[in-house]
Structures are given as C-alpha cells and as structure tokens.
Design a binder for this molecule. Structure first.
Ligand code: 1PR
Length: 535
C-alpha cells in the first residue's frame, strides 16, 4: 500500500514545522496530517515535532484529546518519533512555565540549563552524540555532530536509565535521545542536522524490526564551534534579487557605474554552502529597513526554495518591525516574523528595531512587552530570535570620556587613542545611535534575544580578521551565544576568534563568495588548531 511511504505528522499549529516536512519529503515520503485523536491511533508511523513552550503544548494536547491518544499509541508500542519538545513532553513534568505535567510516559522532570555558572543558554549548536544503547535509530550516527537548540533538558536518572539511547554533555550530561521498542525521541533536530540528521530520520521512516544496530559508546564531545555563511541580499538596479557584499557596508562598485555588486543567486549559493559544510546559513535582506519585507515576495520565495534543499538552520533578517503599508494596512512585526518562519526560516534576526527597543528599555527601565524583540521571543521562544548589531569603532583617550563601556584597544587609534567604544547604528549603518554594543547586547539579552550576531562596520569586507576587542567585550558580557562577524580573510582568523574570545560561532561572507577559502578548509584548520567543529 501507499502507507509504507506515508508518515503521519502531528502538527498542533503552535509553530513552524516546515523544516520537518521538507526533510521527510526530501527522503521520498509522503505526509498525512493529524486532524483528530483518531488519526493518531490510526497512524502507521507518527512523527511529533514539538514546537513552542511546554505548557501551551500540553494545553493544546489535553484540550483536543490528543494527549490521551498519544499515551495510548505509545503504550501500544507503535512507531513514534518525538523531536525536541516532542521528547520533553514524554516526561512527567517540566519546569518551563510551571511546573506543568507532561504525558508521563518517562520518569523525570525537564529542567532549564543553569546559566548561573556562566553556561551559555540556550544551548544552540552541534554536539556529537554519546550512544549508550544499541538503537537502530542512531545507526551510522556514532560520533557525528547533530544540531540542538533548546533551553530545557531532561536528565538521566536511575528511574529513566532504560529509556536512554544517547546522552550529550552541555554543563550536565543530558538525555539527547530515547529508544525503547518502537518509541523513539530526540532532543536534537534531525531535520536540521545535515546528512547525519537525514539518515537518522531515514532510519526511523524506513525502520523494520531487523535493522543493524548502532555501535555502542562513543566519547561525548563539547559543543562544536559553528561556521556560518552569510548572504547579504538585495535587489540590484534591474530589480533582481542578488547576493551582494559590502566594503564597510558599501555594496556599490567603486567604478563609475556604481552598480550593486552581484555575487550570485541566493538559493544557489545557500545550497552550495550547505553542501560545502556550512553549519548555518543566514540571509540578511539589507534594504529591509526601507522596503517592507512582506512586499518583498522574492525574499519569501528564496526562503521557500532554500529550505527545501538546505538541512541546517536558516536565519533571515532585515525589515522586521511594525509597518503600515501605502493602503493604510497595519502589519505587526510578529506577522512579518511569522511569515518568515512559515516560509522556512528557523530564526529571525532583528537589527534596527532592536536598537530602538534597547534604547527605550535603558531609558525607562521598563519592559513594555511590545517591542518586536519581546513579542517574537514570547511567541516563538528566545532561541528563534537573533539580534544583529552593526557597530562602528569610536576611539577615545580615556574611558571617562564617554558614558559607554570602552575597551583598551590592541592597536591604537589615529591620534594615539588607547580606548574605543563601539557605537551602534541603524538602517544598515547609515545612522549612528547613542548606545554602545556592550549596552545593547546586555539590554537585548534582558528583552529576550537568544543569540547575538555581532558585526563590525570597520572590519566588514576588509579581510583583516575579526575585531577581537569587540567580540571579547560582548561575548564576556552576556550568557547567550555570540556570533562573531565581519573581517574574516583567512582560516587563521577563525581559530584566533575562538582562541581569544567566548564566541560560539564565526560568520563570514566575502571569502566564501569570492571562493578564496572553502568552508571545508576553515573546518580542517580549526580541527588542526584543536577546536571542535562538525566535519
Ligand atoms: O535593521 O532589522 O532591517 O536589519 C538589517 C540587517 O541587514 C542587519 O542585520 C544588518 O547587519 C544588515 N545590513 C544592512 N546593511 C548592510 C550592508 O552591508 N550595507 N549587511 C548589512 C550587514 C554584515 C554582515 C557581513 C559580515 C561579514 N552585513 O552580514 O556578512 O560583515 O562580511 P565579511 O566576511 O565579508 O567581512 P534591520
């Protein structure tokens, strides 16, 4: 029957499961959606990608009768794969918005990672699995890195030990997967874990009871440092959406024609970088601050197409703010973000609007809950919200000269200045604002940012290395992940930024676009330098 190639998907509508759908289809399987509890019980194979917060997910499952159907389906030992929150919901309860009771299938409480000892939370990125039990699901995944993004985790205990098929170390050893009979669940995102993730999904989708078992036990690894490829996208003067690249944010050629530099097509480059081993791909719609992004259908189309081919996380930024169009129709920033998520983004990135929100917050000390940052983070979780900072270096003679955090610079300013602060800008570097990168980073962390993309206008496109002073200052100031950006020109610049700062990831554009350094060469260099990466 067609059923062998059809999987039932439980999508209770709380968020974006487009990536899971894309990955299943990519593997050649069809999808049937659950509309009622009966559909769960009738499934031959059920995938449950939990999204949103634990409490609201349980509310939906309880009120629709799906919680009981799930318990029964699992009790019957029918093929089940939970993903992320879909693993956590199997436990007794969670601390998230609670305590809240879960499905109660597995003993244990889901707890938040403890950031009080300097642990970066959310846990975002690639860890290798320590397989603790033979499980067909993990066949071929031994020692491979998979992608995680979560702030809560389930811990191993005597009561749940039999369920565990792999653990991972991040602060504590937490449960990265469970396998018991036909019941499987993973804390990581197989649909975003490149080839390894796709083969784990395939192991589930085409499982039969006589599969080859995974080799047992591999040493646990640390969180890998990420290498991110960034595509600055805008329309050129012919109206075509192109990948461009600035020189200190100036994307026009220095010839008489002053054309917007065209380095290729967004979807083609994204797929190429995925195949070359990029751990993430970011699209920045760099004229989004002036053009309304929902008017920019080509950008949504880019996301649609990219998410069908790229099985690592996709971030999109540019123009996320409240907006009223020419017809007087009002769009909230949440609607804009939702459209990006629906089109295939895993994270959205906010630039200018986050600067205004941080300024207001620092002035009043009040979190209104109304900024784009706060609203999107509340609905989609802070792990889905990146704040992009575009600062410019301003030299000063002494820290007392400005009311902003300064650093003692490693090379002096033009007039021998020994200090600098990093002034934030909006609108793609066009306007400077009275707030520093340090102050902004701390404020947006408070307001719900889950990650910081830290650019530096002075270094952008220069190929002279990341601004180590800036990256160190900001990555020491916050407990959310910081992505170092701007200035990569050689493989050594990547090892330098990881050796000297607390950056969790490094992003580059120009060297990849100009084919100067392949992503694989960056990874190989990092391995040689003793930095853990996904290869
Ligand atoms: O303000 O919410 O609309 O977001 C606008 C977004 O677009 C921000 O994330 C901002 O950083 C970005 N942006 C705006 N103008 C430009 C520009 O270049 N003219 N690009 C721009 C930012 C910086 C990085 C670049 C790195 C690495 N580009 O994305 O890729 O500097 O480059 P390199 O490796 O070649 O040195 P909003």
């Amino acid at each position: 029957s067609s059923d062998a190639n059809t999987v039932t998907l439980l999508d209770y509508g709380a968020g974006n499961v487009r990536s899971v759908r894309n990955a299943i289809r990519h593997l050649g399987f069809g999808i049937r959606d659950v509309r009622s509890p009966e559909d769960i019980l009738a499934a031959d194979r059920l995938v449950f990608p939990g999204v949103g917060a634990f409490g609201s997910a349980m509310d939906v499952l309880n009120s629709t009768g799906m919680a009981d159907a799930l318990r029964e389906y699992i009790q019957r030992d029918r093929p089940f794969l939970g993903i992320c929150l879909g693993l956590q919901l199997l436990f007794d309860s969670s601390e998230e918005n609670g305590p809240v009771s879960g499905l109660g299938v597995i003993p244990g409480v889901v707890r938040r990672f403890d950031s009080s000892k300097g642990l970066i939370v959310p846990h975002i990125g690639w860890n290798a699995l320590e397989i603790t039990k033979d499980a067909q699901l993990l066949q071929g995944a031994d020692g491979h890195h998979v992608y995680f993004v979560h702030s809560y985790h389930a811990l191993p205990s005597d009561a749940n030990r039999d369920w565990i098929s792999s653990i991972c170390n991040y602060g504590d050893s937490f449960i990265s997967s469970i396998s018991m009979g036909n019941i499987q669940a993973v804390q990581f995102h197989p649909e975003k874990s490149g080839d390894t993730g796709l083969s784990i999904l395939k192991n589930f989708l085409s499982a039969n009871s006589s599969g080859v078992k995974a080799p047992a036990r591999r040493k646990a690894s640390k969180l890998a440092k990420r290498v991110i490829a960034c595509l600055d996208v805008r329309s050129n003067d012919n109206g075509d959406l192109v990948v461009t690249k600035g020189d200190q944010y100036d994307v026009r050629d220095h010839t008489s024609s002053k054309e917007v530099r065209n380095l290729g097509k967004p979807v083609d480059l994204a797929s190429e970088y995925y195949i070359d081993g990029a751990d993430e791909v970011s699209f920045l719609n760099i004229t989004g601050f002036r053009d309304f992004p929902l008017g920019d259908l080509p950008m949504l189309e880019v996301l649609h197409c990219a998410s069908e081919k790229v099985f690592v996380p996709l971030t999109v930024g540019g123009g996320i703010r409240d907006f009223t169009d020419a017809n007087g129709r009002y769009y909230s920033s949440l609607e804009v973000a939702s459209e990006y998520f629906r089109s295939g983004a895993d994270k959205i990135s906010i630039g200018s609007d986050a600067v205004y929100a941080a300024e207001a917050f620092l002035q009043t000390g009040v979190k209104t809950g109304k900024s784009s940052l706060e609203q999107i983070s509340r609905v989609y979780g802070n792990q889905a919200v990146v704040v992009s900072i575009d600062p410019r270096r301003v030299y000063v003679n002494s820290p007392e000269d400005v009311p902003f955090k300064t650093v003692k610079v490693s090379s002096k300013g033009p007039s021998g200045e020994e200090y600098a602060w990093y002034q934030c800008t909006v609108s793609g570097g066009r306007d400077s604002r009275p707030i520093g990168a340090y102050e902004l980073a701390k404020a947006v962390e408070e307001l719900g940012a889950g990650e910081i993309l830290l650019n530096c206008i002075d270094c952008d496109g220069q190929g002279c290395g990341f601004d180590i002073d800036l990256v160190k200052m900001v990555s020491d100031a916050v407990t959310i992940p910081v992505i170092a950006s701007s200035g990569a020109g050689a493989v050594e610049h990547f090892s330098e930024v990881f050796a000297k700062t607390n950056a969790s990831a490094a992003l580059a554009a120009g060297i990849f676009h100009r084919k100067e350094v392949p992503i694989l060469a960056v990874k190989e260099h990092l391995v040689d330098a003793g930095v853990e990466v996904r290869v």
